[in-house]
Design a protein around this ligand. Structure first.
Ligand code: TIU
Length: 227
């Protein structure tokens, strides 16, 4: 059993064999100009700062032999799984399915829908498309976790208050203990990131736990960090 004594609101213990790292939506659509994030009016440059930290987290969890799951928010090319309300909402420069500089916005298989190269999934890791904000909604995530006897989840990715928080809340209601890696998640809105972290661990961990990437690295690889 691995222990994270610095996790908040209290220590978080996990068995790497029964824990999955879930990296949410680190895709070009949210991190690069011309994708879904930018057409919604956001400054996408804010999100790229966490790429090296997510890479370190992946490295540590891969080294521990953990199940690694990468999600992408993606719709079918025919948009049959895109609720008309989602496509109609707001006044974006381009809507889901429209042609943009990285291909069709938020559509599976388009260049902009791919995970950023620095965090590309490796053989043996699971890449999961999700049509909603939550990773459990209309996906096989619950079955995948059940088949692997996964009991706890470590979350990273973007954006903190939208797809990451929604997925953690879905996980919480399904009985998973979940931990958010504070410096491996980011938002277009710094204040939303801060308050999301606070609300997750408030009330004794009403949604889950939080810790830093370094906390996880030192727990999984104590020898290397002491060297
Ligand atoms: N807009 C925004 O902050 N997020 C999303 O639309 N999706 C995810 O968070 N992945």
């Amino acid at each position: 059993m691995i222990s994270l004594p610095a996790a908040r609101p209290c220590p978080f213990d996990f068995d790497p064999a029964k824990t999955a790292l879930i990296v949410i939506d680190m895709q070009r659509d949210f991190l690069e100009p011309g994708g879904f994030g930018e057409v919604l009016g956001n400054d996408v440059s804010r999100l790229a700062v966490i790429v090296p930290t997510v890479a370190r987290l992946l490295d540590a969890c891969r080294g521990a032999g953990m199940t690694i799951i990468h999600t992408r928010e993606a719709h079918r090319p025919d948009l049959a799984d895109c609720p008309p309300a989602k496509r109609a909402r707001g006044e974006p420069l381009l809507r889901i399915g429209d042609a943009g500089p990285m291909g069709r916005i938020l559509v599976s298989g388009e260049p902009g829908n791919a995970i950023v190269p620095a965090l590309a999934p490796r053989p043996g890791e699971i890449e999961l498309e999700k049509p909603g904000k939550g990773a459990f909604y209309a996906t096989s995530l619950a079955e995948i976790l059940r088949h692997r006897r996964i009991e706890k989840l470590i979350f990273a990715g973007v954006t903190t208050e939208v797809c990451v928080q929604t997925s953690m809340r879905e996980a919480n209601d399904r009985g998973f203990d979940s931990l958010l890696v504070e410096d491996a998640t980011e938002s277009y809105f710094p204040e939303f990131k801060r308050v999301t972290i606070e609300m997750i661990r408030a009330q004794g961990g009403i949604v889950g736990w939080t810790a830093s990437c370094a906390d996880i690295e030192s727990a999984l690889r104590p020898g290397r960090r002491e060297a």
